[in-house]
Design a protein around this ligand. Structure first.
Ligand code: SAH
Length: 567
């Protein structure tokens, strides 16, 4: 429950907005603020005080106990401009609450806990189990002390400001080691345990076998990602219970799929029983990896035949490639998802001028691999190669990274051993369209006039097709110093099918500080005013200039009141 306390009319108004938005999560405390704060502190997990920070500090201070148990306290000022995470930023969830309250009330969240304000990811926030001196090593990272990262397993971690050597270590390992005094162990879910069991195998026998196999091989139970077996054993009680006890999912494969896996120790027994010469080894190996523990059988005190088998495989983490569009330039046209991916990546690959555009968003420790114009294929290859090594990589491009940009050369290189995530961006045609008016209101096409990678005959054929089909056309890469005849030629082809008065929009540096745009006509356009920072949008035969804006109607039927299209 979130206790809400206010003193003034403005505070009460903001408080009521919060209470109305979260009716089931909030409770309003009325009356003198001192008593209200004391009551809420005792009864609620979190407090939002619509009071000055000073007043709140005085009221809360005598009540504070332990940071793991105290409620999180957020202050909102009288003007509703700031939501300050005051107490219990992590443990009490006040940082999260400040963000949520800020979003609801349109206030800026103010977060001052160290890891968050420096943009570091807390070691306990990486989504991996961790052991050891988390607070000490986090502190060392914050203080800029040398912290070494020892990754025994490839894993797409977010960025950490580590150095090659250091007095402190962050160790990414699935081995059953004890953390040193100045060490944090991160446990990647890298181990797959294949299990087989005869009908009715006791849970203790299956679980005991798995735990012993891990222990003897020196592997950590906390790195087990899943148990794997054959479909026919999906409901075998001993296996199901073992997975539950380990807190991991049970994954099953068909006998056919398992029979196709090459294993060191096939045998006749499972072949007869379930139709594959190997269950444990094959189920552990079916998605690839390194066999750390070959098949072993359970041992029974009563000397009866073993009822369970297991094998352990290490599967290296799949690298992650995010292909991120940065939008046309303005920061507020960069999507929140793109920002999140830039901060998620430990390796950033891109053209130097685009890297400059977002450098301030990167977390400390991000490795930046920037290159100049032209090195496109090399950039694509580098990004994929880094992801293949198991890193979390972001490959950036302006506008949308899939439009005349890096996504296709990168994905042409990538195989399915890496995870690929695409983040769309506002492409130049859309950014320009919004500036010009509504030129893209009906069918439209983008054509790049760069004949660097495409023969001119192909480009010309497409321009002609667009002209004949009466499509609105946006020209990308319209004209450069060495490439000046293509734009007039393309406009000439369109002019064979459109009036000289057809509206044409020219937008240079859309959404950037030196943005410029004008609306002219096919006959009036001076190609010399167009360069590589520009897109040129040519209307179709229905496009009009209305109040200085370029407008392409949705179609005659719709204009006449036809209802079949939705807006
Ligand atoms: N991926 C980019 C396009 C790359 S091709 C995107 O989706 O926008 C490069 C061409 O895009 C430039 O020559 C120019 O024609 C156009 N362009 C990119 N950004 C632009 C902007 N902010 N304003 C105008 N044109 C732009």
């Amino acid at each position: 429950m979130i206790g809400l306390i206010s003193a003034t009319a403005a505070g009460a108004a903001a408080r009521d907005r919060l209470a109305a938005a979260w009716p089931d999560r909030t409770r309003v405390y009325e009356g003198p603020v001192g008593e209200a704060v004391r009551a809420a502190f005792a009864e609620c997990g979190q407090l939002v005080c619509f009071l000055a920070t000073g007043a709140t500090v005085r009221l809360v201070a005598p009540l504070l106990g332990d940071k793991t148990a105290d409620p999180g306290v957020v202050c909102v000022d009288e003007g509703g401009r700031f939501a300050v995470s005051l107490v219990g930023g992590h443990g009490g969830g006040a940082n999260e609450l400040a963000r949520a309250v800020g979003e609801l009330l349109g206030a800026e969240p103010v977060v001052t806990t160290a890891t968050d304000s420096v943009g570091l990811v807390g070691l306990d926030m990486l989504g991996l189990p961790c052991e050891g001196s988390v607070a000490l090593v986090s502190r060392a990272l914050l203080d800029g002390e040398p912290v070494a990262l020892e990754a025994e397993v490839a894993w797409p971690l977010p960025p950490l400001p580590t150095s090659p050597q250091g007095a402190y270590t962050v160790r990414l390992t699935d081995r059953d080691v004890v953390p040193g005094e100045r060490e944090v162990l991160l446990r990647p879910p890298s181990l797959v345990v294949g299990v087989g069991a005869s009908k009715g195998a006791p849970q203790a026998e299956v679980l005991g076998l798995v735990e012993e196999a891990l222990r003897e091989a020196g592997l950590s139970v906390r790195s087990v990602a899943e148990l794997a077996t054959v479909d026919a054993k999906a409901a075998e009680p001993g296996i199901v219970a073992a997975a539950e006890r380990l807190g991991v999912p049970l994954v099953t494969y068909s006998a056919e799929e398992l029979a196709a896996v090459g294993v060191p120790n096939p045998s006749h027994a499972p072949l007869a029983a379930v139709g594959t010469p190997s269950v444990a080894e094959a189920a552990a190996l079916v998605r690839g990896g390194e066999l750390l523990v070959p098949k072993r059988k359970s041992e029974r005190a009563d000397g009866q035949p073993a009822m369970a088998t297991c094998a352990v495989v290490r599967r290296p983490g799949r690298g992650r490639l995010a292909v991120v569009g940065l939008g046309p330039g303005a920061r507020d046209l960069l999507t929140p998802r793109a920002t999140a991916e830039l901060r998620r990546a430990s390796v950033l690959v891109g053209l130097d001028q685009y890297v400059d555009q977002i450098r301030d968003l990167l977390r400390p420790g991000t490795r930046v691999l920037e290159s100049g114009l032209g090195a496109e294929e090399e950039r694509a290859r580098t990004a994929v190669a880094q992801a293949r090594k198991g890193h979390a990589v972001a490959l950036i491009g302006s506008g949308d990274a899939g439009v005349y940009a890096m996504a296709s050369p990168a994905l042409a290189e990538a195989s399915d051993d890496i995870e690929v995530v695409g983040v769309p961006g506002v492409t130049a045609a859309l950014a320009a369209g919004a500036i010009l008016g509504a030129p893209l209101g009906h069918d439209h096409v983008s054509i790049s006039l760069s004949d660097l990678h495409t023969p001119w005959e192909v480009i010309e054929r497409r321009v002609r097709a667009a002209a004949e089909a009466d499509l609105v056309v946006t020209f990308y890469n319209p004209r450069s110093r060495g490439r000046d005849w293509q734009l007039p030629k393309a406009l000439g082809i369109l002019a064979e099918h459109r009036q000289p008065t057809t509206p044409v929009g020219v937008v240079r540096n859309a959404s950037r500080p030196d943005e410029a745009s004008r609306v002219t006509t096919l006959a009036g356009l001076d190609p010399a005013t167009v360069d590589m920072m520009t897109v040129v949008t040519v209307g179709n035969t229905a496009t009009r200039i209305i109040a200085g804006r370029m407008v392409t109607p949705r179609g005659y039927r719709w204009q006449d009141g036809g209802q079949e299209e939705t807006r």
